[in-house]
Design a protein around this ligand. Sequence first.
Ligand SMILES: [Zn+2]
Ligand SMILES: [Zn+2]
Length: 337
Amino acid sequence: MQAVQVTGTRALRRVTLQKPVPGPGEALIEVAASGICGTDHHIVAGTYTAHFPRVLGHELSGVIAAWGPETPVSLPVGTAVAVDPNIVCHGCSYCRRGAPHLCPHRQAIGVDRDGGFAEWTLTPVAQLYRLPEGLPVWWGALAEPVSCCLRGIDNLRFRSGETALVVGMGPIGVVIAQLLGSAGAAWVIGLETDDARRGMAAELGIEVYGRAEDAALACRDRSQEGPGVVVDAVGSATVLEYALQAVARGGKILVFGVAAADQRARVSPHILYQKELTIVSAYTNPFTMARAVEVVASGNLTVEGILSRPLDLDGVAAVLAGSTRTVGLKSFLRFDR
Ligand SMILES: [Zn+2]
Ligand SMILES: [Zn+2]
């Protein structure tokens, strides 16, 4: 089968690999689509740990092509599925107390084992989520990033009527803005300094500004106190510092984007006290995959506006190698078959 394989830091190649054979408890998946995530760029750059050689791709959908031996078959061959990449041990103290995402033995498909930038891949049975009948199978590639966004919104305890400023209008910022909108936000405003991304977010119906001052003015136009929620969908110490200033008294900050490990923000404990702020974060997607599939199918997300420019394997290799810029709002692999 054809695949893109990362062989070391900043080293990747197009390869022909043996088509994998499912073992006990596993399904063979004919990959339909697989998104490129910031994590993939970090792995290629050597700033996120993975073992090489590795086929990346942890945001994938496809069709069950075969089951391994001695596998409790719950879905027939031919079923379209989205894949939860996070395989946990079910035995550690975190798993047993309902926090499997913190499992120290977690193995991710597309990080710790081969993933979706290939024609075929293997997944354990428990990782599969059936896609509704009639949904384009490739839409399922958005389920995993959406499941992570849902975790963030769950942690915010967002309620209808609240207001939000989302900093960063990459695919994650756009998804979070749209999810907050469908969760009943009174208003959602975006902030994005990159012209191309700002243009794409605006095309998808988000009110978005390029300068922090303009976003702050637009928020204050709506309500004097400012946004009740500020989301960092960039992953930066600067954005956290900005959020602490911009958020309303009694407000909440969601630290969602993944900042580089060496970044440090200057936090005023006095502001935390005086505004009585809540700061939450979110790590992966515990128990949110099934809801994410429903959201992708619901029509509340502009799925085809986010996944607008499909790539083939050569295109994926070029984006991962950095020789091509991210294509569209979110770069992703799609097989036409
Ligand atoms: Zn990801
Ligand atoms: Zn565990």
